[in-house]
Write a protein that binds this ligand. Structure first.
Ligand code: ATP
Length: 761
């Protein structure tokens, strides 16, 4: 008997039992490994009893490594094994070689492999083998498990000629079933079903940057995250500890994808939205299209540079002083020249050179004082007694430093400024008009000033920052440079300082320490704290990363690209984008900005993903009609599932819009098991409440059109699609994005126009 597709329940049950045995053995071994790991963590704490610096560092490293290992064993617990490869034997006539593939490598105590880690080279064939290129694989089997139970299996016979007689081949579309499964509101990993074109991207060499394009639902995000897991596994030293930054468009999106990397055993990458990439800043709102375009433009650099380098608005332009009865002054042209000299070359930063500036001002004041005395005919005796010159000068300078008018002038004319202070100062319309002359029109300047005037008006100084503002703050941070760091800031950067106490020296580094404790409060280091949390998320980000992932990259403004470029000067990149989904108007400018960020020193590889795993054909076909309105020849990814349910189009009066959306959401929630997204135009978002669904807070989410980027729901209610398409120049593209969010059902609710019809969904 030759191998054959065998659908009989009996054969399938028997094969599931075989797999269950292997899975049980793997779990038994995993339990042992977890025990050993817990013991290792306990033992690591015993290192460094001596309390010397190097012993403490050793301990820190060991505790951290042991804890990370323990955590990854825990993460692997769910669906540890998901695949099997039967390979051609090396010597013809011998038995097939069999490997199980899983989330983690598991070996017996004798080091026999029970499970091969999916990222190991030996597992590559699981994803890459195809009938036209079997790579030694005779049969590939996908195990569909829940926890440690095997529920289903699906086989692919890749090399029938090499299959032994009677080899069972079972399956009835577990992959397609996996695509149709209920969405929970959090993205899941796809480790068991990564497809060949995706795997090629994931396993691209670590030294190349990859740019992945493809339509909605082609797995761009999934692929980028699996690439991170692969890089961190293959190059743990280089990328393991906070070496990778993953950036998504907004916080809703980062919340959506945050579980994928931990489920793959990698909790150590920094996951940030464009609104919180910058340490200490947090965006709370999106800009409208007009402001987003202005604030994202590279023209902003000129304005910000001028604001950073010029004296603050309203600062005195000259200063008049008196010393020992002699009046003297530093006049405006002199001060302008001094400022230019101090910042010469463009590479010197105002905060960084402030100490030099104060010295230069003192010298200038001394010279002005001398000139004033000479002008008053008060001949100095220095030609006769040159030693007096230095003495007098010293006395002059020390008294000048404590002179109130001089100190006030320095503080006003060249203050140490934070990026936020400078940004907020641009909220003064007259000042912004001044610094943006020749760059912005008066009207545009007024629009921007108004938005910055609102920053910090309610609550914290940084309250009300937009996603676009965060990139500007970062630009200002780099333009202003860093001033001398305070002891407190230095302490904050030192991992051995806990609650103001340096654990190595016992020194108290700030007044936040606990007087009761008398020195060492607790012997806990960075490693301990990271181990307790299992992740490092609360530590400040490093200044630069070894690898940066940019998701939804088509939406990045040039200013946002500059912000990321500063964090990846020596990095490799994974950039995923779909130009058709872009809300940034000037695609050519965005591409140039990306090129600048990625640099030319690394090889760059381009990939196109072509299969839509999210939408059923019914929704994909409808979305295609929207896409072809603005890009008639754009290629479309191939959808692989069908639900038999085309989108529904509902029309409602303006007054009944929310009620109609609520009714649709309620109905869809009854039809699908998972999530329902109610997507509304950004301009309606603030005031829009959906009746009828308050009792389903975990399942029904209301969100703005731009916020829906990258997300997906089992069912979607698209509210007022005409408005979504018309509320910004890139509205038709946003409309297309919103129409591609559903994995099963889509209902559009349009506003009826006067004759009772609508422009259509
Ligand atoms: N190989 C695969 N096996 C199973 N599911 C997959 C596979 N590839 C992608 N998916 C699923 O398809 C859906 C879409 O994937 P993803 O969000 O990564 O697409 P995308 O290209 O980033 O989409 P968009 O451009 O719309 O944001 C997700 O639910 C993902 O888990």
């Amino acid at each position: 008997m030759s191998p054959q597709q065998d659908g009989s329940a009996h054969v399938k049950e028997r094969e599931i039992a075989v797999e269950q045995q292997a899975v049980d053995a793997a779990y038994a071994r995993l339990a042992q490994m977890r025990e050993q790991a817990a013991k290792r963590v306990r033992e690591s704490y015993k290192v460094a009893q001596g309390g010397t610096y190097s012993a403490l560092v050793d301990r820190d490293v060991q505790v951290m490594e042991a804890a990370i290992w323990e955590r990854s064993l825990e993460n692997a617990y769910n669906e540890l094994v998901f695949g099997r490869l039967d390979l051609r034997p090396e010597t013809p006539g011998e038995e097939l070689e069999t490997y199980r593939i899983g989330r983690l490598g598991v070996r017996t105590e004798e080091l026999e492999p029970l499970v091969v880690d999916w990222r190991a080279p030996a597992a590559a064939a699981f994803y890459q083998a195809a009938p036209e290129d079997p790579q030694g694989v005779v049969r590939r089997r996908v195990l569909h498990c829940r926890g440690d139970k095997v529920l289903d299996i699906e086989d692919d016979l890749l090399d029938p000629d090499a299959a032994p007689d009677g080899m069972p081949v079972v399956g009835d579309g577990a992959f397609i079933a996996a695509l149709a499964r209920t969405r929970t509101g959090h993205m899941r990993d796809i480790v068991a079903t990564i497809q060949r074109e995706q795997d090629v991207v994931i396993r691209s060499p670590a030294d190349v940057s990859v740019v992945v394009t493809g339509g909605p639902g082609t797995g761009k995000t999934a692929v980028a995250l699996h690439r991170v897991a692969w890089l961190m596994f293959q190059h743990r030293r280089r990328f393991g500890s906070r070496g990778v930054l993953v950036v998504g468009p907004n916080r809703r999106f980062t919340d959506y994808i945050e579980r994928v990397l931990p489920s793959l055993g990698e909790g150590g990458a920094a996951l940030r939205s464009l609104g919180d990439v910058v340490n200490g800043a947090e965006a709370t709102r999106h800009e409208d299209a007009v402001r987003a375009k202005l604030k994202g433009s590279p023209r902003m650099v000129r304005i910000l540079r001028k604001a950073a380098n010029d004296a603050p608005w309203g600062a005195p332009k000259d200063v008049r002083l008196i010393y020992q009865g002699t009046f003297f002054s530093l006049d405006a042209p002199q001060l302008v020249a001094l400022r230019e000299r101090m910042l010469r070359g463009g590479s010197r930063r105002p905060n960084a050179v402030r100490a030099d500036v104060i010295r230069a001002l003192q010298d200038a004041a001394w010279n002005a004082y001398q000139d004033a005395k000479r002008a008053a005919g008060d001949a100095s005796p220095y030609d006769e007694y040159p030693d007096m010159l230095e003495d007098d000068r010293r006395t002059f300078l020390s008294e000048l430093r404590s002179e109130r008018p001089f100190a006030d002038f320095v503080t006003a004319w060249w203050p140490q400024r934070t990026p936020l202070e400078v940004l907020r100062s641009l909220g003064d319309p007259a000042y912004l008009a001044e610094v943006s002359r020749g760059v912005l029109s008066a009207g545009d300047a007024a629009v921007l000033a108004e938005s910055w005037r609102a920053v910090g008006q309610e609550g914290e100084p940084g309250a009300g920052l937009s996603y676009s503002d965060v990139a500007l703050l970062d630009e200002l941070d780099s333009l202003l440079g860093e001033g001398p760091r305070t002891a407190r800031a230095l302490a904050a950067a030192n991992p051995y300082v806990v609650d103001g106490v340096n654990l190595l020296t016992g020194e108290e580094t700030d007044d936040g320490s606990d007087p009761e404790s008398g020195g060492f409060r607790e012997l806990s280091t960075f490693g301990d704290r990271a181990a307790q949390r299992g992740v490092y998320q609360d530590e400040p980000d490093p200044e630069e990363f070894g690898h940066i992932v940019v998701d939804e990259a088509q939406d990045l403004s040039p200013m946002q690209w500059r912000m990321l470029a500063r964090r990846g000067r020596h990095a490799t990149w994974t950039v995923v984008a779909d130009a058709a989904q872009s809300s940034w108007e000037d695609l050519e400018e965005a591409r140039r900005s990306m090129d600048l960020a990625l640099g030319t020193s690394r090889e760059r590889r381009q990939f196109e993903l072509t299969t839509n795993y999210r939408n059923p054909v019914e929704i994909a076909d409808y979305a295609a009609t929207l896409l072809h309105r603005f890009l008639p020849d754009a290629p479309l990814p191939r959808a692989v599932r069908s639900t038999g349910r085309p989108p529904e189009f509902v029309v409602a009066d303006e007054a009944d819009l929310a009620a109609a959306a609520g009714a649709a959401a309620r109905r869809l929630a009854g039809e699908v098991e998972g999530t329902v997204g109610v997507i509304v135009p950004m301009t309606r978002l603030g005031a829009f409440t959906v009746p009828d669904v308050a009792d389903l807070p975990d399942r029904v989410q209301v969100l703005g059109s731009l916020e829906s980027k990258g997300l997906e729901f089992d069912a979607v209610v698209l509210v007022d699609p005409d408005k979504i398409a018309s509320e910004s120049p890139m509205g038709p593209r946003t409309h297309y994005v919103t129409a591609t969010r559903a994995t099963q059902l889509l209902v559009t609710v349009s506003v009826s126009v006067q004759d009772g019809t609508t422009a259509g969904g």
